[in-house]
Write a protein that binds this ligand. Structure first.
Ligand SMILES: [Zn+2]
Length: 272
């Protein structure tokens, strides 16, 4: 059988579009899943930071209490000192007051340092909370949009399938199936010309008899190297055809067998 190559080329374009849309439909939930995974990670980071803030906040509060306590101890000892008359007790109190003062100053220093660190963490926590909020919003919006996006692409796909059916109505089902598979596997190009003996899909040199058969166009031929459908297109390489076109076949007796092998292997491809 023969086919109309212009129709095949038009069909090829439609099929490439069809596969692109099909891939797009698959990608829509995948993008959303990726965003959801990122959001989960951001939430964990936020929780981690929030726990750190809580425990640091408790620590700062505790230091502050100890600082106040040290101040109170100092004042109590000072009052006791005013009342005492015993020199030994007086000396002990003086020592205790010095210790309380040192402790008070030290605690104030630690308190200021830790409090500053706490404020930095709280600022980071606020930023983290903002990121969680915006990512949550994005995921929610896209989840809502997802179904309508898929429906929209499915509508486009339906229209493309109508065009495909129209263009392929004269093609046998198994040829259409094979053509679709070639287009999917060969980057959207499933039908290519030959120039001389060279397949313009994979640029391999075809056996001479086989190339002649393609030129005669009595049947569909698949490139034995890249499986694409081949058709003849005039080119500067045409002079290479001349010997066999003039019936000078005895030069190719050796190749006669191998070229028929190619044809039968195509038939196998065609059948599976
Ligand atoms: Zn090829």
């Amino acid at each position: 059988m023969t086919v109309n190559y212009d129709t095949l080329i038009a069909l090829q374009k439609v099929l490439a579009q069809m596969f692109e849309i099909e891939d797009k439909i698959k990608d829509i939930p995948r993008d959303l899943n990726d965003k959801e995974a990122v959001l989960q990670k951001t939430k964990l980071d936020y929780l981690d930071l929030s726990n750190k803030c809580d425990s640091l906040s408790n620590e700062v509060e505790d230091i502050y209490k100890r600082y106040i306590k040290a101040g109170q101890t100092k004042e109590e000892k000072e009052k006791q000192m005013e009342l005492t008359t015993l020199s030994r007790e007086y000396e002990n109190l003086a020592q205790e007051i010095e210790q309380a003062k040192a402790s008070e100053q030290n605690l104030l220093k630690v308190y200021n340092t830790r409090k500053k660190y706490l404020e930095e963490l709280q600022m980071k926590l606020q930023i983290s909370a903002d990121i969680v909020a915006s990512q949550t919003q994005e995921v929610e919006e896209e989840t809502a949009k997802k179904d309508s996006l898929i429906a929209e692409q499915n509508q486009i796909l339906e229209d493309i399938k109508v065009q495909r059916d129209e263009l392929s109505k004269d093609l046998p089902n198994n040829l259409l199936f094979k053509f679709e598979r070639i287009i999917r596997n060969k980057g959207g190009v499933g039908v290519v010309p030959i120039h001389g003996f060279i397949c313009q899909g994979c640029h391999m040199e075809l056996p001479q008899q086989f190339a002649n058969d393609v030129r005669k166009d009595e049947d569909i031929h698949f490139c034995p190297y890249c499986s694409r459908i081949l058709y003849y297109e005039p080119s500067e390489e045409d002079e290479k055809f001349e010997p066999s076109i003039h019936g000078d076949t005895h030069l190719e007796d050796e190749e006669g067998e191998s070229s028929s092998d190619f044809i039968s292997s195509d038939d196998n491809l065609f059948d599976d």
